[in-house]
Design a binder for this molecule. Structure first.
Ligand code: MN
Length: 246
């Protein structure tokens, strides 16, 4: 009997959104942008999409996959960081919050690399005990972070800490990024380091302080990596970290 085929490429678990879909068959659709998966493949990984299910599955996912990508999506429920809903709060998904918090903790506990994108940086910050601005347009002196152009082209510069993973990989301390968010980090969670900010002071990139690979970004590199090759770096850094951990 032949054995199981050897695994040669790392598996990256990608979290997803749930969209009600009840016009034909009764079902809730699991979906996210295919561009996350394509960016993972281009970095040498194999994507696995995780539907939002019982958080009790988190440990099994962390055992099965080599790294985690927390994707973009709806707002984190302010109840998760001890706040009441404020005007401007968008749609929330408490089931997704619970699932992603459990999956995040399971991957971190297993020492496996984590990359957070957009909602992902917010989820990571909340998981670490931080808080969020629920609606940036009502925060004084914020830039416009809700980009209307849907192409993913860069909109604002992000100033990077010179010794951050991204700055070292780029060889410079600034990167222009796109911006499709109306929430952002307010109080930074313990265990995180702010490594990128826009001119208004908003934290747009964080790393973990404990040595395990944890990188989270407020922008959407999965939208821009084809046209702007520097934006593929976060995915390459994730896969490099996975391979270094083997
Ligand atoms: Mn922004």
């Amino acid at each position: 009997m032949p054995g199981a085929p050897a695994r040669t490429q790392p598996l990256i678990l990608i979290t997803t959104s749930t969209e009600p879909h009840r016009d034909t068959l009764l079902r809730d659709d699991t979906l996210t942008g295919r561009n996350y998966a394509q960016a993972v493949v281009a970095a040498g990984g194999v994507p696995l999409l995780a539907p939002t299910v019982d958080p009790a599955t988190a440990a099994a996912y962390a055992a099965a996959a080599d790294g985690l990508l927390l994707s973009g999506g709806v707002d984190v429920d302010p109840a998760e960081f001890g706040a009441q809903p404020e005007p401007g709060l968008g749609r929330v998904d408490a089931e997704r919050d619970a699932f992603e918090l459990a999956v995040y903790r399971a991957f971190r506990q297993a020492g496996k690399p984590v990359l957070g994108i957009c909602r992902g940086i917010q989820l990571v910050n909340v998981a670490q005990g931080g808080t969020l601005h629920q609606h940036l347009p009502v925060v004084p002196r914020m830039l416009q972070h809700e980009q209307h152009d849907p192409t993913g082209a860069p909109l604002h510069p992000v100033r990077l800490e010179p010794d951050s993973l991204l700055a070292r990989a780029l060889g410079r301390d600034a990167l222009r990024t796109n911006s499709y968010h109306h929430q952002g980090i307010d109080r930074l969670g313990p265990g995180l380091r702010a490594v990128g900010r826009t001119a208004d002071g908003l934290v747009e990139a964080v790393e973990g302080l404990d040595g395990g690979f944890l990188l989270a970004l407020q922008w959407h590199p999965e939208m821009s990596w084809r046209a702007y090759p520097d934006h593929h770096l976060p995915f390459r850094l994730l896969l490099d970290a996975v391979r270094a951990g083997d």
